[in-house]
Write a protein that binds this ligand. Sequence first.
Ligand SMILES: *[C@@H]1O[C@H](CO)[C@@H](O)[C@H](O)[C@H]1NC(C)=O
Ligand SMILES: *[C@@H]1O[C@H](CO)[C@@H](O)[C@H](O)[C@H]1NC(C)=O
Ligand SMILES: *[C@@H]1O[C@H](CO)[C@@H](O)[C@H](O)[C@H]1NC(C)=O
Ligand SMILES: *[C@@H]1O[C@H](CO)[C@@H](O)[C@H](O)[C@H]1NC(C)=O
Ligand SMILES: *[C@@H]1O[C@H](CO)[C@@H](O)[C@H](O)[C@H]1NC(C)=O
Length: 705
Amino acid sequence: MALRRVLSPLLLILIINFCYPTQAIDQDDLLVVAVASSENDGYNRFIRSLKVYGYKYEIYGLGQESTNAEQRMKIVRDNLVRYKDDKKKIILYTDAYNVIFTQGPVFVLDKFEGLKPARIVFGAEDKCWPDENLQYDYPMVGSNEKRFLNSAGFMGYASDIYEMITSQDDIKDEQIFFTKVFLDESSRNKWSIVLDKRADVFMNLNGAINELQLPANGDDVYVHNSWTDSIPTVIQGNGSAQKSLNYLSNYIARTWSTNEGCLQCKESLFDVTQIDDLMQWPMVYIGLFIEFPTPFLREYFEKIMKLTYPKQRLSILIHNQVRVDEYLASLKSYDTTEAEARQQAIHECQEDKCDYLFILDSIAHIDHPDTLIKLIAANRTVVAPMLLRPGQTWSNFWGDYSDAGYYQRSPDYMDFINYKKMGLFNVPHIAHSYLINGSFLQRFTPTYVDAQIDPDVKLCQSLRDAGYFMYITNELNYGHLIDTDNFNISLIQPELYEIFNNVKDWKARYLHPDYHKALEKDAIIEQPCPDVYWFPFLSHEFTEHFINLMETFNQWSGAAHNDARLAGGYENVPTDDIHMTQVGLQEHWLFILRDIVQPIQQKVFTGYYSDPPKAVLNFIVRYMPDRQNRLRPHHDASTYTVNLALNDAGKDFEGGGCRFLRYNCSVTSTRRGWALMQPGRLTHLHEGLPVTKGIRYIMVSFVDP
Ligand SMILES: *[C@@H]1O[C@H](CO)[C@@H](O)[C@H](O)[C@H]1NC(C)=O
Ligand SMILES: *[C@@H]1O[C@H](CO)[C@@H](O)[C@H](O)[C@H]1NC(C)=O
Ligand SMILES: *[C@@H]1O[C@H](CO)[C@@H](O)[C@H](O)[C@H]1NC(C)=O
Ligand SMILES: *[C@@H]1O[C@H](CO)[C@@H](O)[C@H](O)[C@H]1NC(C)=O
Ligand SMILES: *[C@@H]1O[C@H](CO)[C@@H](O)[C@H](O)[C@H]1NC(C)=O
């Protein structure tokens, strides 16, 4: 090492000249060639990477059948014949579907020069196939080198390559043929064939993904093989290594920048909003699948209706396996299995030549109205908006899958779902909501139907196997997933019970729209009587569903002094009521007291903090002239009491209200969905004023008795 420092520049040049006696190859002499019969996403990705780095390339056999090696090699021969005498040109042959280039031509040629005196270089790997017994015929290599030939990629002088591939009439199997050529010492020497044992050019991902790292040079992410300590350029991953290649494809070949993030999100976007005439917008079929009882279906439909897209260009297909809901009664439905119905949706789109098929399961709530426009803009074969169960790591995509085909987490999964990495990502599995390009469906029919596996798993498998990609986008917060796990449709008003499983949706539906305003820093909370606070609490819909639940349940206590529901069996100031314990909502109500009421309590009665709030008695009270219509003055057995008005004074009933005797102050025009909160026991002796007409309902909690 110390020696190097004293070397003069002149000496360095001399040494380099000595190592590379031939003239450097001009980058225009490098030609990438590949055989492809048709274009799929894998092919387009390959071509994109060639363009990114400015390679010259020729693709042979488009539109021709080339399913086997014999056909492929014939096509290569027929085309390379024109270069058969070219002793300057360097041909780099590779697979066209499962390859990404990650460095430019100058870099590759430099590596090729480094492998001189080789005139042909083959990719190498750690596995000897298809005949393991041949491993003993291979020359030994260093412990961190790759010993066995892989025929998926090779490069060399055009004249040598042509000679080599025409040295036998028919090539039935590339791997076997080239292995033989290499293992035969005379042919190996004849064309100076060398294996790229340190992966200087070709990197085959089979079983080798753990050797790789993705460092960045400035903005540019590249592949470094830390095992062979090389920077390979031609990254190949077919068969079981395809998923590794797809993983890398989210970063390499300028799809990702360390500073700017996702680069491929900005490429070839299709902005429909540029189309002025709404009737010219692409026709989108929306396939709705309601396969399980799902809470918050009304919101699901409302959000679809809110999509910023011309309604004339949307057509809705529904598959419903659940009891017919009021929203579904008028809509078309298939009497088929889930897989068949999903297949049918594809079929309908194909028949009618729809431009896009947008799949939306009932658990997929699209919260962002621009979602459809954004998905179209991504211009991908299949693209899904990232949806999560709020606060959980559960999502509608997989980062990776096991060899058995099951879910597996990828190293970047958490970064996606936490929005640490935002953009468009190739992933192996998507579900519940995704957009499929309709012109793609004219060329290919993905399949859902399989007796052994779930429709979604089958779909993704069929796309992957055909070389089509599924992307997930998290550029916006598109929406979320509903949890149906404990949804019990035998309950009356089952959504009221969903505060634990789907708290976001519960609050969106049942929290008073002004509740959050009361929590704002400068908000003043009304005080209709001294130390009686009045705040917007729960929504109109809540009160409606809640009363409906209680009236259907209908086990009102009758306001008797003897009450078996109570520990002492006796109530001094009884009301005509139903306890939350009777309808299975006690835990729910305690959660509400803690999560929704307590923040208000702390705002108005500062310095009192008791967490969690305790309340044995949470109950709905019914006042009506025929039964109990008033309550005599009393103190509540509570530190503070919450009293929610459930219906409309002056409309649903007349009279009623609450009077605080010490202050001679009454609250009579109570507001539906609003609660009163006042201290119990000492200062706020109060009475329930008589209801003269109709029925008045209130919901009462004695907090911290
Ligand atoms: C991978 O590619 C090689 C060469 O292109 C091919 O012979 C082999 O069958 C492929 N393997 C799979 C599993 O597709
Ligand atoms: C959409 O992508 C395809 C390639 O997949 C490309 O040919 C087309 O130009 C793109 N559309 C737009 C509007 O960029
Ligand atoms: C669907 O994808 C193809 C490429 O496969 C692209 O050319 C086309 O623009 C897309 N279709 C629509 C309607 O955007
Ligand atoms: C669903 O609710 C009904 C009615 O309250 C109840 O009988 C049943 O046990 C509940 N089912 C489950 C799984 O909790
Ligand atoms: C209580 O208030 C009512 C009406 O606000 C008033 O008529 C009455 O005189 C008051 N009673 C006392 C004792 O102040």
